[in-house]
Design a protein around this ligand. Structure first.
Ligand code: XIL
Length: 348
């Protein structure tokens, strides 16, 4: 082959590649990530993050490539946000909100009022007045600082016991059941635009004690004019338990009838070790069923994963003998289930 021939072949190849790239951009079928398709379809597909995820260039790149909403896995909990009455740890929250905005993602807040991950000054509260002060200050300070910049907020988290009674938390003991109403009213007063959510786990299947109590409370909040926009279903699931579609859809629909949205707030699907291809297939089916329902039911507004990589996951430490709950493996490569979910969004 002459030099001239080789040169013209190279030229032709470059031209070909360039026109292909142009065509792909033009037709919009170049999307290679869930985010590309989610953005195109108006689906909110989110992720719980730790500060290091945004500081590490490789992980930061992964986040913006694959997700369009970020929520703090821990840093907005009171233990970290406000470890003492006078010290506010805004740095990590600023970083999240700024990172989200710079990358055209939404930011979600999690969570103001919870029984867990509280600092000592909260756990030591022993009067109604002091508890109300701590609660309303935290909500007002935070929402005033980020006014208009946080899309949705889990105002209260996990307020129920499994039997459907209200949990005996530090808030309940000091203020009484009214603390929930007051938290939502305080949040609305501080930021009229943020969507206010009541979040819980094991609240997804209509007909169970906890889900029904959760629904009854939310219904009464709506009827009494308490400002609540939506509910959160955490959905920490197990691969070996297929989704009860009927009961989940009933839950979603009865909130729709109240005029409320539903967010899938903390989705993960854990596998009991050892991981086998069969168990991975079960996991894929659970993820796909959840996403299918989320895309199908009009009042489901966001699908948020509680962690993306098995290399950094709350699962093994929390559920002994379980692992591999996320869409990316330990090397941060997408698993087969990632592709399945992406194709579902693409086909929508
Ligand atoms: C978990 C975090 O993932 C862990 O890193 C932390 O140690 C404990 O909390 N329900 C919630 C989340 O609402 O805030 C929890 O997050 C998981 C269960």
């Amino acid at each position: 082959m002459t030099h001239k021939n080789a040169r013209s072949i190279t030229k032709a190849v470059i031209l070909c590649a360039a026109s292909l790239a142009f065509l792909v951009t033009l037709t919009g079928c170049g999307g290679k990530s869930i985010r590309d398709h989610a953005d195109a379809k108006g689906l909110v597909f989110g992720m719980a993050v730790r500060p290091g995820d945004m500081l590490d260039p490789q992980r930061a790149k992964l986040l913006k490539e694959h997700f369009n909403l970020l929520v703090a896995e821990n840093t907005m909990k009171m233990q970290y946000l406000r470890p003492t009455p006078t010290f506010w740890n805004w740095g990590d929250v600023d970083m999240l909100v700024n990172f989200a905005e710079a990358n055209k993602m939404k930011a979600k807040g999690h969570t103001f009022i919870w029984h867990a991950q509280n600092p000592p000054f909260i756990m030591g509260l022993n009067s109604r007045e002091a508890a109300l002060k701590a609660m309303t200050e935290t909500i007002t300070e935070t929402l005033t600082r980020y006014k208009g910049r946080i899309a949705e907020y889990d105002v209260c988290n996990e307020v129920f016991e499994e039997d459907g009674t209200l949990r005996n938390s530090v808030w309940m003991r000091n203020i009484g059941a009214e603390y929930i109403d007051i938290a939502f009213q305080t949040a609305r007063a501080a930021d009229p635009s943020v969507k206010l959510i009541l979040n819980d786990y094991n609240n997804e299947y209509a007909g169970t004690a906890k889900a029904d109590a959760f629904y009854a409370l939310v219904k009464s909040m709506v009827e009494r004019g308490i400002p609540i926009d939506g509910v959160g279903l955490q959905l920490h699931m197990m691969a070996k338990h297929p989704i009860n579609e009927t009961a989940l859809r009933e839950t979603i629909r009865r909130f729709r009838d109240l005029g409320l949205t539903v967010s899938f707030t903390e989705v993960d699907v854990r596998i009991q070790s050892p991981v086998t291809p069969d168990k991975e297939a079960e996991q894929e089916s659970v993820y796909a069923t959840l996403l299918g329902i989320a895309m199908d039911e009009p009042n489901v507004k966001s699908f948020i994963l509680w962690g993306y990589t098995d290399a950094q996951s709350w699962i093994p430490a929390t559920f002994g003998g379980y692992d591999s709950a996320h869409l990316f493996d330990r090397e941060m490569k997408p698993k087969k289930v990632y592709r399945t979910l992406m194709d579902m969004i693409k086909a929508k």
